[in-house]
Design a protein around this ligand. Structure first.
Ligand code: GDP
Ligand code: IMO
Ligand code: MG
Length: 440
Protein backbone atom coordinates (compact mmCIF):
# COMPACT_ATOMS: atom_id res chain seq x y z
CA UNK A 1 0.00 0.00 0.00
CA UNK A 2 2.84 2.38 0.82
CA UNK A 3 3.73 3.00 -2.79
CA UNK A 4 0.16 4.25 -3.30
CA UNK A 5 0.57 6.95 -0.71
CA UNK A 6 1.28 10.67 -1.03
CA UNK A 7 3.87 11.93 -3.44
CA UNK A 8 6.35 9.11 -3.18
CA UNK A 9 5.42 8.14 -6.70
CA UNK A 10 4.50 11.56 -8.07
CA UNK A 11 2.61 10.72 -11.19
CA UNK A 12 -0.25 8.58 -9.97
CA UNK A 13 -3.71 8.55 -11.50
CA UNK A 14 -6.08 8.71 -8.57
CA UNK A 15 -9.87 8.66 -8.32
CA UNK A 16 -11.28 10.50 -5.31
CA UNK A 17 -14.87 9.68 -4.32
CA UNK A 18 -17.30 10.64 -1.60
CA UNK A 19 -18.10 7.62 0.57
CA UNK A 20 -21.40 8.80 2.10
CA UNK A 21 -24.21 11.13 0.95
CA UNK A 22 -21.97 13.93 -0.36
CA UNK A 23 -20.35 16.92 1.38
CA UNK A 24 -17.66 14.73 2.93
CA UNK A 25 -15.04 17.43 2.33
CA UNK A 26 -13.97 16.32 -1.16
CA UNK A 27 -13.15 19.90 -2.23
CA UNK A 28 -10.73 20.36 0.64
CA UNK A 29 -8.95 17.03 0.07
CA UNK A 30 -8.76 17.60 -3.72
CA UNK A 31 -7.19 21.01 -3.07
CA UNK A 32 -4.62 19.45 -0.71
CA UNK A 33 -3.75 16.58 -3.07
CA UNK A 34 -3.72 18.65 -6.28
CA UNK A 35 -0.52 20.30 -5.10
CA UNK A 36 1.09 17.26 -6.60
CA UNK A 37 -0.78 16.50 -9.85
CA UNK A 38 -0.84 17.90 -13.37
CA UNK A 39 -4.57 17.54 -14.04
CA UNK A 40 -7.77 17.55 -11.98
CA UNK A 41 -10.82 16.12 -13.74
CA UNK A 42 -14.52 16.34 -12.79
CA UNK A 43 -16.27 13.31 -14.26
CA UNK A 44 -19.98 13.48 -13.34
CA UNK A 45 -22.72 15.59 -11.78
CA UNK A 46 -23.15 19.27 -12.46
CA UNK A 47 -23.78 22.49 -10.58
CA UNK A 48 -25.61 20.45 -7.91
CA UNK A 49 -22.16 19.98 -6.32
CA UNK A 50 -20.77 22.49 -3.83
CA UNK A 51 -17.08 21.91 -3.08
CA UNK A 52 -15.48 24.16 -0.49
CA UNK A 53 -11.80 25.11 -0.54
CA UNK A 54 -10.26 27.22 2.25
CA UNK A 55 -6.76 28.66 2.38
CA UNK A 56 -5.08 31.86 3.47
CA UNK A 57 -8.20 32.88 5.40
CA UNK A 58 -10.30 32.77 2.21
CA UNK A 59 -13.19 30.44 1.41
CA UNK A 60 -14.36 29.45 -2.08
CA UNK A 61 -17.29 27.26 -3.10
CA UNK A 62 -16.98 25.61 -6.52
CA UNK A 63 -19.87 23.97 -8.35
CA UNK A 64 -18.51 23.00 -11.77
CA UNK A 65 -14.87 24.04 -11.88
CA UNK A 66 -12.59 21.33 -10.44
CA UNK A 67 -11.17 22.10 -7.00
CA UNK A 68 -7.60 21.98 -8.38
CA UNK A 69 -8.06 25.41 -9.98
CA UNK A 70 -6.37 27.19 -7.05
CA UNK A 71 -3.07 25.35 -7.67
CA UNK A 72 -1.56 27.27 -10.55
CA UNK A 73 0.51 24.41 -11.95
CA UNK A 74 -2.62 22.27 -12.35
CA UNK A 75 -4.84 22.11 -15.41
CA UNK A 76 -8.53 21.31 -14.96
CA UNK A 77 -10.97 19.35 -17.08
CA UNK A 78 -14.75 19.21 -16.98
CA UNK A 79 -15.26 15.74 -18.44
CA UNK A 80 -17.88 14.35 -20.79
CA UNK A 81 -19.79 12.77 -17.89
CA UNK A 82 -20.59 16.16 -16.36
CA UNK A 83 -23.78 18.06 -17.25
CA UNK A 84 -22.82 21.70 -17.65
CA UNK A 85 -25.07 24.70 -17.20
CA UNK A 86 -23.38 27.31 -19.46
CA UNK A 87 -24.86 30.20 -17.46
CA UNK A 88 -23.61 28.76 -14.15
CA UNK A 89 -20.16 27.93 -15.55
CA UNK A 90 -19.75 31.36 -17.15
CA UNK A 91 -20.59 33.04 -13.84
CA UNK A 92 -18.31 30.73 -11.85
CA UNK A 93 -15.37 31.43 -14.17
CA UNK A 94 -15.91 35.17 -13.67
CA UNK A 95 -16.00 34.72 -9.90
CA UNK A 96 -12.77 32.70 -9.84
CA UNK A 97 -11.04 35.16 -12.17
CA UNK A 98 -12.13 38.04 -9.93
CA UNK A 99 -10.01 36.51 -7.15
CA UNK A 100 -6.93 36.83 -9.37
CA UNK A 101 -6.80 33.14 -10.36
CA UNK A 102 -6.26 32.71 -14.12
CA UNK A 103 -8.62 30.30 -15.85
CA UNK A 104 -7.89 30.76 -19.57
CA UNK A 105 -5.61 28.02 -20.85
CA UNK A 106 -6.05 26.05 -17.60
CA UNK A 107 -9.67 24.95 -17.87
CA UNK A 108 -10.95 22.62 -20.60
CA UNK A 109 -14.56 21.61 -21.24
CA UNK A 110 -15.25 18.28 -22.93
CA UNK A 111 -16.90 18.66 -26.33
CA UNK A 112 -19.05 15.65 -25.34
CA UNK A 113 -20.38 17.07 -22.06
CA UNK A 114 -24.14 17.63 -22.14
CA UNK A 115 -25.57 21.08 -21.48
CA UNK A 116 -28.07 21.95 -18.78
CA UNK A 117 -30.39 24.59 -20.20
CA UNK A 118 -33.01 26.74 -18.46
CA UNK A 119 -35.84 24.38 -19.46
CA UNK A 120 -34.09 21.58 -17.56
CA UNK A 121 -34.05 23.72 -14.43
CA UNK A 122 -37.72 24.62 -14.90
CA UNK A 123 -38.66 20.93 -15.24
CA UNK A 124 -36.60 19.95 -12.18
CA UNK A 125 -38.16 22.63 -9.96
CA UNK A 126 -41.68 22.11 -11.35
CA UNK A 127 -41.62 18.35 -10.89
CA UNK A 128 -40.43 18.67 -7.29
CA UNK A 129 -43.31 21.08 -6.59
CA UNK A 130 -45.84 18.65 -8.06
CA UNK A 131 -44.70 15.59 -6.11
CA UNK A 132 -46.40 14.61 -2.87
CA UNK A 133 -44.61 14.63 0.48
CA UNK A 134 -42.69 11.34 0.71
CA UNK A 135 -42.14 11.19 -3.07
CA UNK A 136 -40.12 14.39 -3.34
CA UNK A 137 -36.37 13.87 -3.76
CA UNK A 138 -35.36 17.28 -2.48
CA UNK A 139 -33.16 17.96 -5.51
CA UNK A 140 -30.90 20.99 -5.74
CA UNK A 141 -33.18 22.19 -8.59
CA UNK A 142 -30.15 22.69 -10.84
CA UNK A 143 -31.74 20.74 -13.72
CA UNK A 144 -29.52 17.69 -13.23
CA UNK A 145 -32.10 14.87 -13.60
CA UNK A 146 -33.79 16.38 -16.69
CA UNK A 147 -30.40 16.98 -18.39
CA UNK A 148 -29.32 13.35 -17.87
CA UNK A 149 -32.81 12.33 -19.01
CA UNK A 150 -32.25 14.16 -22.33
CA UNK A 151 -28.79 12.56 -22.60
CA UNK A 152 -30.28 9.06 -22.24
CA UNK A 153 -33.19 9.97 -24.54
CA UNK A 154 -30.63 11.12 -27.13
CA UNK A 155 -32.23 14.55 -27.21
CA UNK A 156 -29.47 16.44 -25.40
CA UNK A 157 -27.27 19.26 -26.68
CA UNK A 158 -23.56 18.84 -26.11
CA UNK A 159 -20.79 21.36 -25.48
CA UNK A 160 -19.48 20.97 -29.05
CA UNK A 161 -22.66 22.82 -30.12
CA UNK A 162 -21.45 25.94 -28.28
CA UNK A 163 -19.00 26.47 -31.15
CA UNK A 164 -21.53 25.96 -33.94
CA UNK A 165 -23.25 28.84 -35.76
CA UNK A 166 -26.70 27.24 -35.36
CA UNK A 167 -26.35 26.71 -31.57
CA UNK A 168 -29.37 28.86 -30.73
CA UNK A 169 -31.45 27.14 -33.39
CA UNK A 170 -30.59 23.74 -31.86
CA UNK A 171 -31.61 25.09 -28.47
CA UNK A 172 -34.86 26.51 -29.86
CA UNK A 173 -35.94 23.12 -31.28
CA UNK A 174 -35.33 21.37 -27.96
CA UNK A 175 -36.92 24.19 -25.99
CA UNK A 176 -40.13 23.86 -28.02
CA UNK A 177 -40.25 20.12 -27.31
CA UNK A 178 -39.60 20.73 -23.64
CA UNK A 179 -42.21 23.51 -23.48
CA UNK A 180 -44.78 20.94 -24.64
CA UNK A 181 -43.60 18.52 -21.99
CA UNK A 182 -43.79 21.20 -19.30
CA UNK A 183 -47.33 22.19 -20.34
CA UNK A 184 -48.43 18.56 -20.28
CA UNK A 185 -47.25 18.45 -16.66
CA UNK A 186 -49.24 21.64 -15.99
CA UNK A 187 -46.02 23.65 -15.64
CA UNK A 188 -45.16 27.03 -17.05
CA UNK A 189 -42.51 26.91 -19.81
CA UNK A 190 -39.94 29.65 -19.26
CA UNK A 191 -39.94 31.91 -22.35
CA UNK A 192 -36.72 31.60 -24.33
CA UNK A 193 -36.60 35.39 -24.76
CA UNK A 194 -35.83 35.81 -21.08
CA UNK A 195 -32.57 33.81 -21.27
CA UNK A 196 -31.38 33.87 -24.88
CA UNK A 197 -29.12 36.89 -24.39
CA UNK A 198 -27.14 35.63 -21.37
CA UNK A 199 -26.95 32.19 -23.03
CA UNK A 200 -25.44 33.76 -26.16
CA UNK A 201 -22.86 35.56 -24.04
CA UNK A 202 -22.05 32.39 -22.10
CA UNK A 203 -21.68 30.37 -25.32
CA UNK A 204 -19.25 32.97 -26.69
CA UNK A 205 -17.18 32.88 -23.49
CA UNK A 206 -17.13 29.10 -23.17
CA UNK A 207 -16.49 28.14 -26.82
CA UNK A 208 -12.69 28.60 -26.52
CA UNK A 209 -12.58 26.13 -23.61
CA UNK A 210 -14.26 23.32 -25.56
CA UNK A 211 -11.82 20.52 -26.39
CA UNK A 212 -11.53 16.80 -27.04
CA UNK A 213 -10.57 16.25 -23.41
CA UNK A 214 -10.39 12.43 -23.69
CA UNK A 215 -7.53 12.90 -26.15
CA UNK A 216 -5.91 15.58 -23.95
CA UNK A 217 -5.97 13.25 -20.94
CA UNK A 218 -4.76 10.14 -22.74
CA UNK A 219 -1.91 12.16 -24.29
CA UNK A 220 -1.06 13.43 -20.78
CA UNK A 221 -0.99 9.83 -19.54
CA UNK A 222 1.35 8.90 -22.39
CA UNK A 223 3.69 11.68 -21.16
CA UNK A 224 3.54 10.19 -17.65
CA UNK A 225 1.56 13.06 -16.07
CA UNK A 226 -0.45 12.72 -12.88
CA UNK A 227 -4.25 12.98 -12.81
CA UNK A 228 -6.71 13.36 -9.95
CA UNK A 229 -10.32 12.51 -10.78
CA UNK A 230 -12.73 14.53 -8.66
CA UNK A 231 -16.00 12.82 -7.82
CA UNK A 232 -19.02 14.92 -6.97
CA UNK A 233 -21.85 13.81 -4.63
CA UNK A 234 -21.16 10.49 -2.93
CA UNK A 235 -21.61 6.72 -3.11
CA UNK A 236 -25.05 6.82 -1.47
CA UNK A 237 -26.22 9.34 -4.10
CA UNK A 238 -24.97 7.17 -7.00
CA UNK A 239 -27.83 6.38 -9.38
CA UNK A 240 -27.02 2.63 -9.25
CA UNK A 241 -25.53 2.06 -5.79
CA UNK A 242 -27.16 4.81 -3.73
CA UNK A 243 -30.49 4.94 -1.90
CA UNK A 244 -32.54 4.92 -5.13
CA UNK A 245 -34.72 6.83 -5.98
CA UNK A 246 -33.37 9.36 -3.45
CA UNK A 247 -30.15 9.80 -5.41
CA UNK A 248 -28.68 12.01 -8.09
CA UNK A 249 -28.77 11.00 -11.77
CA UNK A 250 -25.13 10.03 -12.39
CA UNK A 251 -22.49 7.51 -11.30
CA UNK A 252 -20.64 9.22 -8.48
CA UNK A 253 -18.76 5.99 -7.69
CA UNK A 254 -15.23 5.25 -8.96
CA UNK A 255 -16.41 3.46 -12.11
CA UNK A 256 -17.90 6.77 -13.26
CA UNK A 257 -14.40 8.22 -13.59
CA UNK A 258 -13.65 6.13 -16.69
CA UNK A 259 -16.91 6.64 -18.59
CA UNK A 260 -17.02 10.27 -17.49
CA UNK A 261 -13.54 11.13 -18.77
CA UNK A 262 -12.56 8.66 -21.50
CA UNK A 263 -9.61 7.34 -19.48
CA UNK A 264 -9.49 3.50 -19.53
CA UNK A 265 -9.81 1.52 -16.24
CA UNK A 266 -6.30 0.03 -16.37
CA UNK A 267 -4.80 3.53 -16.36
CA UNK A 268 -6.14 4.21 -12.85
CA UNK A 269 -3.68 3.49 -10.02
CA UNK A 270 -5.68 3.98 -6.84
CA UNK A 271 -8.95 5.12 -5.28
CA UNK A 272 -9.21 7.44 -2.30
CA UNK A 273 -12.50 7.58 -0.41
CA UNK A 274 -13.43 10.69 1.52
CA UNK A 275 -15.23 9.81 4.73
CA UNK A 276 -16.69 12.27 7.21
CA UNK A 277 -16.13 11.21 10.84
CA UNK A 278 -19.95 11.26 11.22
CA UNK A 279 -22.74 11.24 8.61
CA UNK A 280 -24.76 13.96 6.88
CA UNK A 281 -27.33 14.08 4.12
CA UNK A 282 -29.20 16.91 2.36
CA UNK A 283 -32.57 16.23 0.77
CA UNK A 284 -35.03 13.41 1.29
CA UNK A 285 -34.54 9.66 1.67
CA UNK A 286 -33.53 7.04 4.24
CA UNK A 287 -30.79 7.83 6.76
CA UNK A 288 -30.62 5.13 9.47
CA UNK A 289 -28.23 6.95 11.86
CA UNK A 290 -29.95 10.35 11.65
CA UNK A 291 -30.11 12.21 14.98
CA UNK A 292 -33.19 14.38 15.30
CA UNK A 293 -32.10 15.64 18.71
CA UNK A 294 -29.59 17.88 20.51
CA UNK A 295 -26.61 15.85 19.30
CA UNK A 296 -27.73 16.20 15.67
CA UNK A 297 -28.21 19.92 16.21
CA UNK A 298 -24.78 20.18 17.78
CA UNK A 299 -23.09 18.37 14.86
CA UNK A 300 -24.87 20.78 12.47
CA UNK A 301 -23.73 23.89 14.35
CA UNK A 302 -20.15 22.84 15.16
CA UNK A 303 -19.67 21.27 11.71
CA UNK A 304 -21.38 24.20 9.95
CA UNK A 305 -23.55 21.65 8.17
CA UNK A 306 -25.50 23.86 5.79
CA UNK A 307 -25.59 23.05 2.04
CA UNK A 308 -22.77 24.70 0.05
CA UNK A 309 -25.10 24.93 -2.98
CA UNK A 310 -28.58 25.51 -1.56
CA UNK A 311 -27.90 26.63 2.03
CA UNK A 312 -30.30 23.95 3.31
CA UNK A 313 -29.55 22.58 6.80
CA UNK A 314 -27.94 19.16 6.43
CA UNK A 315 -29.41 16.21 8.33
CA UNK A 316 -26.74 14.88 10.74
CA UNK A 317 -26.11 11.53 12.42
CA UNK A 318 -23.56 9.06 13.77
CA UNK A 319 -20.97 7.32 11.64
CA UNK A 320 -22.49 4.44 9.67
CA UNK A 321 -20.03 1.61 9.03
CA UNK A 322 -22.58 -0.27 6.89
CA UNK A 323 -22.51 2.64 4.43
CA UNK A 324 -18.71 3.01 4.66
CA UNK A 325 -18.18 -0.72 3.96
CA UNK A 326 -20.53 -0.46 0.97
CA UNK A 327 -18.48 2.49 -0.32
CA UNK A 328 -15.19 0.64 0.24
CA UNK A 329 -16.51 -2.34 -1.70
CA UNK A 330 -18.17 -0.57 -4.66
CA UNK A 331 -15.32 1.91 -5.20
CA UNK A 332 -12.43 -0.40 -4.31
CA UNK A 333 -11.15 2.22 -1.87
CA UNK A 334 -7.39 1.87 -1.18
CA UNK A 335 -7.13 4.67 1.39
CA UNK A 336 -9.51 6.82 3.40
CA UNK A 337 -9.24 10.54 3.91
CA UNK A 338 -11.24 11.04 7.12
CA UNK A 339 -12.54 14.59 7.54
CA UNK A 340 -14.12 16.70 10.28
CA UNK A 341 -12.79 14.64 13.20
CA UNK A 342 -12.53 17.95 15.09
CA UNK A 343 -16.34 18.27 15.04
CA UNK A 344 -16.70 15.27 17.39
CA UNK A 345 -14.62 16.82 20.19
CA UNK A 346 -16.54 17.04 23.46
CA UNK A 347 -19.10 14.35 22.53
CA UNK A 348 -18.99 11.42 24.96
CA UNK A 349 -19.79 8.65 24.23
CA UNK A 350 -19.47 8.51 20.43
CA UNK A 351 -21.52 5.92 18.61
CA UNK A 352 -20.72 3.86 15.51
CA UNK A 353 -23.43 1.98 13.63
CA UNK A 354 -22.07 -1.51 12.87
CA UNK A 355 -25.23 -3.14 11.40
CA UNK A 356 -28.96 -2.53 10.97
CA UNK A 357 -31.93 -4.30 12.49
CA UNK A 358 -34.93 -4.59 10.19
CA UNK A 359 -38.13 -6.59 10.68
CA UNK A 360 -36.31 -8.77 13.22
CA UNK A 361 -33.37 -9.40 10.89
CA UNK A 362 -29.73 -8.32 11.31
CA UNK A 363 -28.61 -6.51 8.14
CA UNK A 364 -24.91 -5.99 7.25
CA UNK A 365 -25.18 -4.53 3.74
CA UNK A 366 -27.03 -1.56 2.24
CA UNK A 367 -30.51 -2.70 1.12
CA UNK A 368 -31.49 -1.99 -2.49
CA UNK A 369 -35.02 -1.06 -1.44
CA UNK A 370 -35.20 2.42 0.05
CA UNK A 371 -38.46 1.66 1.82
CA UNK A 372 -36.78 -1.23 3.57
CA UNK A 373 -33.75 0.92 4.38
CA UNK A 374 -36.10 3.51 5.90
CA UNK A 375 -37.30 0.84 8.35
CA UNK A 376 -33.73 -0.14 9.35
CA UNK A 377 -32.72 0.70 12.91
CA UNK A 378 -29.02 1.16 13.67
CA UNK A 379 -27.12 -1.29 15.89
CA UNK A 380 -24.59 0.83 17.77
CA UNK A 381 -21.25 0.38 19.46
CA UNK A 382 -20.22 3.02 21.98
CA UNK A 383 -16.75 4.49 22.11
CA UNK A 384 -15.36 7.00 24.60
CA UNK A 385 -15.02 10.57 23.39
CA UNK A 386 -12.31 13.14 24.13
CA UNK A 387 -12.15 16.69 25.39
CA UNK A 388 -10.23 19.63 24.04
CA UNK A 389 -9.51 20.89 20.56
CA UNK A 390 -7.61 18.74 18.06
CA UNK A 391 -7.56 21.43 15.37
CA UNK A 392 -3.86 22.09 15.85
CA UNK A 393 -2.89 18.42 15.60
CA UNK A 394 -0.48 17.80 12.71
CA UNK A 395 0.76 14.36 13.64
CA UNK A 396 -1.33 11.33 14.58
CA UNK A 397 0.77 10.78 17.71
CA UNK A 398 -0.61 14.10 19.05
CA UNK A 399 -4.21 12.82 18.97
CA UNK A 400 -5.95 11.83 22.23
CA UNK A 401 -6.04 8.04 22.66
CA UNK A 402 -9.83 7.99 22.38
CA UNK A 403 -9.67 9.66 18.95
CA UNK A 404 -7.07 7.15 17.79
CA UNK A 405 -9.19 4.24 19.02
CA UNK A 406 -12.25 5.62 17.19
CA UNK A 407 -10.31 5.92 13.92
CA UNK A 408 -8.75 2.48 14.36
CA UNK A 409 -12.26 1.03 14.77
CA UNK A 410 -13.32 2.67 11.49
CA UNK A 411 -10.36 1.02 9.77
CA UNK A 412 -11.23 -2.38 11.28
CA UNK A 413 -14.90 -2.15 10.32
CA UNK A 414 -14.15 -1.13 6.73
CA UNK A 415 -10.91 -3.02 6.08
CA UNK A 416 -9.32 0.14 4.64
CA UNK A 417 -6.43 2.11 6.20
CA UNK A 418 -6.58 5.86 6.74
CA UNK A 419 -4.13 7.88 4.62
CA UNK A 420 -5.16 11.41 5.57
CA UNK A 421 -6.95 13.01 8.45
CA UNK A 422 -8.57 16.42 8.34
CA UNK A 423 -9.05 18.40 11.56
CA UNK A 424 -10.25 21.75 10.21
CA UNK A 425 -11.46 23.35 6.97
CA UNK A 426 -8.13 24.94 5.95
CA UNK A 427 -5.37 23.36 3.85
CA UNK A 428 -2.99 23.35 6.78
CA UNK A 429 -5.37 21.39 9.06
CA UNK A 430 -4.44 18.12 7.37
CA UNK A 431 -2.56 15.16 8.84
CA UNK A 432 -0.97 12.72 6.37
CA UNK A 433 -0.45 9.23 7.74
CA UNK A 434 2.72 7.89 6.19
CA UNK A 435 2.71 4.91 6.27
CA UNK A 436 -1.10 4.74 6.18
CA UNK A 437 -3.06 3.29 9.10
CA UNK A 438 -3.58 4.22 12.75
CA UNK A 439 -1.03 2.53 14.98
CA UNK A 440 -2.24 2.11 18.54
P1 GDP B 1 -17.72 18.47 -0.56
O1 GDP B 1 -19.00 18.68 -1.29
O2 GDP B 1 -17.44 17.02 -0.30
O3 GDP B 1 -16.55 19.15 -1.21
O4 GDP B 1 -17.90 19.14 0.87
P2 GDP B 1 -18.56 20.59 1.19
O5 GDP B 1 -17.59 21.63 0.81
O6 GDP B 1 -19.93 20.67 0.62
O7 GDP B 1 -18.75 20.49 2.76
C1 GDP B 1 -17.66 20.26 3.61
C2 GDP B 1 -17.61 21.41 4.62
O8 GDP B 1 -16.76 21.06 5.68
C3 GDP B 1 -17.00 22.68 4.05
O9 GDP B 1 -17.58 23.78 4.68
C4 GDP B 1 -15.52 22.56 4.40
O10 GDP B 1 -14.88 23.83 4.50
C5 GDP B 1 -15.62 21.92 5.77
N1 GDP B 1 -14.52 21.03 6.12
C6 GDP B 1 -13.78 20.20 5.35
N2 GDP B 1 -12.93 19.47 6.12
C7 GDP B 1 -13.13 19.87 7.40
C8 GDP B 1 -12.57 19.46 8.66
O11 GDP B 1 -11.73 18.58 8.75
N3 GDP B 1 -13.06 20.09 9.77
C9 GDP B 1 -14.01 21.05 9.71
N4 GDP B 1 -14.42 21.60 10.85
N5 GDP B 1 -14.54 21.46 8.55
C10 GDP B 1 -14.13 20.86 7.41
P1 IMO C 1 -21.37 17.49 -3.39
O1 IMO C 1 -20.56 17.21 -4.63
C1 IMO C 1 -24.97 16.61 -1.08
C2 IMO C 1 -28.56 15.54 -3.36
C3 IMO C 1 -29.73 16.49 -3.31
C4 IMO C 1 -30.87 15.50 -3.47
C5 IMO C 1 -30.32 14.49 -4.46
C6 IMO C 1 -30.71 14.72 -5.91
O2 IMO C 1 -21.25 18.87 -2.87
O3 IMO C 1 -21.13 16.42 -2.36
P2 IMO C 1 -29.97 16.54 -7.73
O4 IMO C 1 -30.03 18.02 -7.71
O5 IMO C 1 -28.60 15.98 -7.91
O6 IMO C 1 -30.96 15.92 -8.69
O7 IMO C 1 -30.48 16.10 -6.25
O8 IMO C 1 -28.90 14.57 -4.34
N1 IMO C 1 -27.28 16.16 -3.79
C7 IMO C 1 -26.25 16.41 -2.96
N2 IMO C 1 -26.16 16.28 -1.63
N3 IMO C 1 -23.90 17.03 -1.80
C8 IMO C 1 -23.97 17.13 -3.15
O9 IMO C 1 -22.90 17.39 -3.91
C9 IMO C 1 -25.20 16.86 -3.79
N4 IMO C 1 -25.63 16.90 -5.08
C10 IMO C 1 -26.89 16.44 -5.06
O10 IMO C 1 -29.79 17.17 -2.08
O11 IMO C 1 -31.10 14.82 -2.26
MG1 MG D 1 -20.75 19.78 -1.11
Amino acid sequence: MNELHLGRVRKLRTVLVGAQWGDEGKGKIIDVLSDDVDWVVRYQGGANAGHTVEFGGRRFVLHLIPSGIFRLSTRCVIGNGVVVDPLALHQEIQEVQATGIPVQGRLFLSDRAHLVLPYHRAFDAGRERMLAEGERIGTTQRGIGPAYMDKAMRTGIRACALCQPDFLEQVRVRWEESADRLRRFGLDPVGMDSWVEPLTQAARALAPLVADTATLLNDAIARGEGILFEGAQGTMLDVDFGSYPFVTSSNATAGGACVGSGVPPHRIDRVIGVLKAYTTRVGEGPFPTELVNDIGQRLREVGREYGATTGRPRRCGWFDAVVARHAARINGVDLWAVTKLDVLEGLDPIRICVAYECDGERVHTVPADSRWMARCRPVYEEWPGWRGSIREVRNVSELPNAARRYLRRIEELTGVPIGWLSVGPGREATVPLDPPGIGL
